[in-house]
Design a protein around this ligand. Structure first.
Ligand code: SF4
Ligand code: SF4
Length: 451
């Protein structure tokens, strides 16, 4: 039977065998924990603790009054050692709260388990989700209480769970579906409680038969309007627009949101946290991270407290077999190149990928040979080679006219390009160029005039 999928896309080697069968190991860090104030999309937080304060695991240490933001919670008990600027996984600097771990993992007694979500009103569920610091744990880091609050009048018909994990090398979501099935399906039940008229769909790539079986079994046990949709293995299947098209056939017009076509997409790890926050009273204090790549001695999947040093995790995986040519936070397609591993794990860190020079494909760019492979691969129907040319000529207006702002930065065009053109990077640069030009443009429109 032909499985559902989307147009375009690619089939890179998945590298998943390195950690697919490795059970999640609980990691306890020895060093200090570092918590950046911007671990989410939206307004950064500000510290609400000061140097010398004693903090407990699960205690809020930073927050913001903005709606689109998410608080930061301590993942250990200990003492605030410092508040200052530190490097983050992206290589940038951010204000961070540094906590000295006392190794006791004493939890904040103010964290309340609710045991059952059914008596709770939607408003109360959203409050708990916000206070628990839950964001899109697949890497998007968009605050979940905002995502679960679609604009008035938008009817949600499908709650789609992203269990695709199409990014090569990573196995966080796969292992979670196998080892924490109950809270994931339970988390979807809570979403169904918020959107009672919606159907719950868990979309999983067909290369994870064990995860599909586990989730199907749990759904059968619970009942309710939920089902699993196995789909074709293709990158970037986990991208929001591709997933929606694959499971519902709905296309999202440029500039529109999933809620405009009745959809809400949520990652499996995010569901796990929704469940543990509401049922057990445990906020986001840790996450699963795959530490992988041919430069890692013993690739593993860890459950690590947020704020843990990436270096400690690499050491726990046996260290490097040789000096890596490339280290990425995330997978090879959408991961961020890391300048240092002396940076903390944050909410969006799904993996650390360390590659040797043999596999890092460090080839120089050459001229475009007009083969058209990037066009065929682009899941958004764009012309990456033409966009690339426009950006290099700083023709940001043309980049915008050609739809460049719709690029989802999936990396498929760069992957297939035989000339090794840095097409995804030029799209990122093009989007930044358009945004900068918009900021600079004088506001000439009159009142009530449409742009
Ligand atoms: S142009 Fe953007 S959306 Fe299209 S393949 Fe390249 S990175 Fe992906
Ligand atoms: S894949 Fe590379 S070489 Fe081929 S058309 Fe696109 S940019 Fe040019």
């Amino acid at each position: 039977m032909k499985l559902p999928t989307f147009r375009g896309g690619i089939h890179p080697p998945d590298g998943k065998a390195m950690t697919a069968r490795k059970e999640i190991e609980v990691f306890r860090p020895a060093g200090n924990l570092v918590y950046p104030m911007s671990q989410h999309i939206g307004a950064p937080c500000a510290p609400i603790v000061k140097k010398g304060d004693r903090v407990l695991a699960g205690q809020k240490i930073a927050d913001s009054e903005a709606f689109v933001s998410s608080p930061v919670l301590s993942s250990v008990s200990g003492t605030v050692k410092e508040i200052g600027m530190r490097m983050t996984v992206s290589g940038g600097m951010d204000q961070c709260v540094v906590v000295e771990n006392d190794g006791r993992y004493e939890y904040d007694a103010a964290l309340l388990p609710h045991g059952d979500f059914r008596p709770l009103e939607a408003k109360e569920c959203l409050r708990i989700i916000r206070e628990a610091g839950i964001v899109g744990m697949g890497g998007a880091t968009f605050p979940t209480h905002v995502k679960l609050s679609p604009p008035p009048g938008k009817k949600i018909r499908w709650v789609i769970v992203n269990g695709a994990e199409c990014e090569p090398f990573l196995n966080c979501d796969n292992r979670l579906m196998l080892e924490r099935t109950e809270p994931i399906v339970g988390g979807l039940e809570i979403c169904m409680h918020l959107f009672p008229e919606a159907e719950g769909i868990i979309a999983i790539e067909n290369n994870k038969p064990d995860a599909i079986a586990c989730v199907q079994e749990e759904i059968a046990r619970r009942g309710g309007n939920m089902k699993v949709v196995p789909h074709e293995v293709k990158y970037p299947q986990g991208a929001e627009k591709m997933l929606i098209y694959t499971v519902t056939g709905q296309e999202i017009p440029p500039g529109a949101l999933p809620a405009d076509v009745g959809c809400l997409v949520i990652n499996v790890r995010t569901l796990f946290h929704i469940w543990t926050a509401i049922i057990d009273g445990v906020p986001v204090v840790d996450r699963v991270i795959s530490v992988v790549g041919d430069a890692v001695e013993t690739p593993k999947n860890f459950l690590a407290p947020l704020g843990t040093s990436v270096r400690e995790l690499v050491d726990a995986a046996g260290g490097f077999t040789e000096e890596p040519a490339k280290i990425l936070a995330g997978g090879p397609m959408m991961g961020i190149s890391m300048r240092s591993i002396d940076v903390p794990v944050v909410k969006g860190t799904s993996g650390i990928l360390a590659l040797t020079a043999r596999s890092a494909r460090q080839l120089e760019e050459s001229n475009c040979i007009r083969c058209g492979r990037c066009v065929t691969a682009c899941p958004m129907g764009l012309l990456p080679s033409t966009l690339d040319r426009a950006v290099r000529l700083r023709e940001y207006g043309e980049f915008e006219t050609l739809g460049g702002m719709n690029c989802i930065e999936c990396g498929s065009c760069t992957y297939v390009c035989p000339a090794r053109r840095h097409l995804t990077q030029t799209c990122r640069d093009g989007k930044a160029g358009v945004m900068a030009a918009r900021k600079k443009a004088p506001k000439t429109e009159g009142k009530g005039e449409k742009k």
